[in-house]
Design a protein around this ligand. Structure first.
Ligand code: SF4
Length: 372
């Protein structure tokens, strides 16, 4: 078999047992990609309580991950959401998925609950659980920094540790498993972080046909105005969709009471590029690079000075860490953030009224509170 490795890494945090097993081959034929495989591996567990130690937390990748196929370096994380009670899957970019595949596995299935905080470290074909008492309570950035040298990291912050129902799992490169509260599932298992460092290649059955198919996909991408067009997401990231949605009268405005938001050009792709000088970034090997890198120091100071998006004390009384401001300093955020805050709240700026108690805790999903 090519593409799939046919292997799953199982980790029981209660007993500390780690073992590899074969994935039934028909799963790989019948279910599409990492999401399909991850959801299939949930069968038999979906009636468990979200925080039951036996509830699996699954990280899965697809057969094209690890190849040069565009947009294939995506990670699917699947479990039962503590927020919605449904089986939930989140997709994250970065390099974690590529490295997981490089470790020779299609999926990582974690069950059990560790008695003390722990980190799962995967290096090539080996995996071990490390004590993480000194990491518990730390924010994601510090956790990732302390695990540097162990490859790509997926970690939770205080939100996941404390069972916040919209807690994220954050990827070390800044991507997030950001909806549905799967960070709280990881926290309930006592698992602070997973680090993976491996680089085995995904074998191709027919490299010439693969290259032909890849070239076809790239041609179609280039023909798409939304992807590689002058105002497309390769240039402006997903905020490129702001103008498209406005033009089609589909912008979720004032919590969906309206569909056109007159001030949306304040957070359109061109506006963010103009005000924050965002640079291209993206998932491993993806030619689109729809994410945007941290802006320059000058852009950050423009936010502080209230020049960009007209932040004022009247609008934001946080006096400190404001998640929207922070998000904009990263300027890697996309269409959703723009719609959730200015658009949905019907405000023409990025103000965020902390006084309403809506500031998300560290390591949580910034989009969930973005509603009135
Ligand atoms: S860079 Fe953007 S388009 Fe490419 S895989 Fe990542 S999220 Fe998808």
């Amino acid at each position: 078999m090519h593409g799939w490795t046919g292997k799953i890494l199982n980790v029981d945090l209660t007993s500390g047992r780690i073992w590899r097993s074969n994935i039934p081959e028909h799963f790989l034929h019948e279910y599409l990609g990492g999401r399909g495989l991850g959801v299939r591996l949930m069968r038999g567990a979906y009636r468990l309580d979200t925080f039951d130690p036996d509830m699996p937390l699954i990280f899965a990748v697809g057969p094209l991950c690890g190849t040069q196929a565009p947009t294939a370096a995506r990670l699917a994380v699947v479990s039962r959401s503590p927020l919605t009670g449904t089986i939930y899957d989140c997709s994250a970019g970065g390099r974690f998925a590529w490295r997981l595949k490089g470790a020779g596995i299609d999926a990582l299935r974690i069950i059990g609950r560790s008695a003390t905080p722990t980190v799962l470290s995967i290096t090539g074909e080996t995996a071990e659980l490390l004590p993480a008492g000194d990491l518990w309570g730390k924010r994601v950035k510090e956790t990732v920094s302390l695990l540097s040298g162990r490859g790509s990291v997926a970690a939770i912050g205080p939100a996941g540790e404390n069972g916040v129902l919209f807690a994220n799992i954050m990827m070390g490169e800044g991507n997030s498993v950001g909806r549905g509260g799967l960070g709280a599932v990881m926290g309930a298992k006592g698992l602070k972080a997973i680090a993976v460092d491996a680089d085995a290649r995904t074998p191709l059955a027919d490299p010439a046909r693969f290259e032909h198919a890849r070239a076809d996909v790239m041609r179609l991408f280039r023909a798409s105005p939304v992807i590689f067009g002058e105002l497309g997401i390769a240039e402006f990231g997903t905020p490129a969709l702001v103008d498209l949605m406005r033009q089609r009268r589909m912008a979720p405005t004032e919590n969906f009471r309206k569909t056109v938001f007159a001030a949306s050009d304040n957070y359109s792709g061109p506006a963010i590029k103009r005000d924050f000088q965002a640079k291209k970034d993206g998932c491993y090997g993806c030619p689109i690079q729809c994410k945007k890198k941290h802006p320059t120091r000058r852009a950050s100071s423009r936010i502080r000075d209230g020049l960009a998006f007209r932040r004022t004390e009247r609008h934001c009384r946080s006096g400190g860490h404001c998640p929207v401001e922070h998000a904009l300093q990263r300027a890697g955020d996309g269409y959703d953030l723009g719609c959730r805050y200015p658009g949905r709240m019907g405000r023409g700026d990025w103000a965020f009224p902390r006084s309403r108690g809506a500031v998300p805790p560290a390591g949580s999903d910034r989009l969930s509170p973005g509603r009135r």
